[in-house]
Design a protein around this ligand. Structure first.
Ligand code: UGA
Length: 453
């Protein structure tokens, strides 16, 4: 069994890997500069909302295999492997800020002893294996040796633990074959395909995977907009194309668009890296533009349905960027609420996990735990995050407590028939009842007029 230090061990990716590697029998230090978080984690309290993680972490603590510290001197000297799981936030141009990566590399280098394998786990720009290697060479004590391996993660928030225990593949990038093998061995007894390659290809696999998934979402959202013009139903179109195994059904759910700490940031970063390298990515730019357009679309639907938003009361179901997480980074709800507040609407916001993150963020937004209480007296209801409990709401009860009857379904969760039966005016995305419906496409008209003559 190996000794592993995880830098950024209180963060989302670091903590999940720390708990998983301890679960697999390794001796793990979760190292983080945040004292409050490490103290909390040491006492068995999970600092993030992630199903199954607290239990896994507590098992690790109880077994003595998982410990947390803020000190590099505690965690690094004995480590066979050091995982770099620090944040790489983006600047205004979409470029990753590498300050945390550089700082962690220097701090770990100064504590190295013997031979250590450093694993780049964070989503870091192409070329980062080489960047970290150079920093280690600069700061590591004489006589120590190291290898750096790119080993990107593919976890989804909300299902991180099961994604980690059942990955589709493991990607490893590096030039030291022994180091690649030793990192692969850490994941034993997983039997999944391993893609072992050069560092830059491994780093690009991570960006390309997220960019492709984001492209699928923007693609189906573009089709949703076209469906609205023609009175077609995008959900059925998605089913129809998704059954083609070359396309696949996953990530074809239309709606208000993607958010979170990964897709928007990584697509922007890839486009920006490509531009730096002399290639302007028209596709990635379009993916981002369509995503932004979807947020505006929901606001437009509400405005049109209510004949203006000023002094209207809107109940918003869902704040987190997706269900089963309390993460609100780049959440579509935040843009929507900003738009509603700017237009003079009052907002009654509900979410099962994330409300604590917006306690003082807006004026004119009431935070309400219970969705039925949030809907009470509202002119319109808009669903932004498809939390499971929202899919099971009693639509009759909601409708009867509201002043108006508008329901904008930003995730296509409710069936239009059920919504209408409850008395709602239903507005879905990519739904046949769209207001922009074209009764007779113009390209038929000359033939039809000829036929009529
Ligand atoms: C994403 C990837 O799915 C992970 O593989 C990757 O490891 C992770 O980013 C990362 O880079 O760390 P995550 O951001 O947690 O994971 O969430 P997803 O489940 O991928 O959803 C992202 C966004 O896309 C959400 O806002 C979701 O509502 C939206 N989405 C997803 C759609 O609008 N339609 C879909 O069909 C699927």
């Amino acid at each position: 069994m190996a000794s592993v230090a995880i830098i950024g061990g209180a963060g989302y990716v670091g903590l999940t890997y720390a708990a998983m590697l301890a679960h697999r029998g390794h001796q793990v230090w979760g190292l983080d500069v945040d004292e409050a978080k490490t103290a909390m984690l040491s006492s068995g309290q999970c600092s993030i909302y992630e199903p199954g993680l607290e239990e896994l972490m507590r098992q690790g603590l109880a077994s003595g295999r998982l410990r947390f510290t803020t000190s590099y001197a505690d965690a690094i000297p004995d480590a066979d492997f050091v995982f770099l799981c620090v944040g790489t936030p983006a600047d205004q141009n979409g470029r990753a800020n590498l300050q945390y990566l550089a700082c962690a590399s220097e701090s770990l280098a100064r504590c190295l002893q013997g031979h250590t394998i450093v694993v780049n786990k964070s989503t870091v720009p192409i070329g980062s294996v080489n960047f970290v290697e150079r920093l280690l060479e600069r700061w590591a004590p004489a006589g120590t040796t190291h290898a750096v391996v790119s080993n990107p993660e593919f976890l989804r928030e909300g299902s991180a633990v099961s994604d980690l225990l059942n990955p589709d593949r493991i990607v490893l990038g590096g030039t030291d074959a022994d180091a690649l093998q030793r990192v692969a061995d850490l994941y034993e007894p997983l039997s999944v395909p391993i893609v072992a390659t050069d560092p830059r290809s491994a780093e690009l696999i991570k960006y390309a995977a997220n960019a492709f998934l984001a492209t699928k979402i923007s693609f189906i959202n573009e089709i949703a907009l076209i469906c609205e013009r023609f009175g077609a139903d995008v959900a059925t179109v998605a089913t129809g194309i998704g059954l083609d195994h070359r396309i696949g059904a996953a990530f074809l759910n239309p709606g208000i668009g993607f958010g979170g700490s990964c897709f928007p940031k990584d697509v922007r970063a890839l486009a920006s890296m490509a531009l730096d390298a002399g290639h302007e990515s028209m596709l990635l730019n379009a993916v981002l533009e369509i995503n932004q357009q979807m947020r505006g679309l929901v606001l437009d639907k509400l405005e049109m349905a209510l004949d203006g938003l000023s002094n209207r009361t809107i109940a918003v179901l869902g704040l987190s960027f997706k269900p089963e997480t309390d993460d609100i980074r780049e959440a579509p709800s935040v843009d929507l609420i900003d738009g509603l507040v700017a237009a003079g609407a009052r907002v009654r916001l509900t979410d099962p996990a994330a409300l604590r993150h917006v306690a003082n963020r807006w004026c004119g937004v009431d935070l309400i735990n219970d969705p039925y209480a949030a809907a009470m007296g509202a002119d319109a209801l808009v669903l932004v995050t498809e939390w499971d409990q929202y899919t099971r709401l009693d639509l009759n009860r909601l409708a009867n407590s509201m002043r108006g009857r508008v329901l904008v379904d930003g995730r296509r969760v409710f069936t239009p028939a059920a919504a209408r039966e409850a008395g709602f005016h239903y507005f879905g995305i990519g739904h046949p009842s769209g207001p922009l419906l074209i009764a007779e496409p113009s390209y038929f008209s000359s033939y039809l007029s000829m036929a009529a003559d």
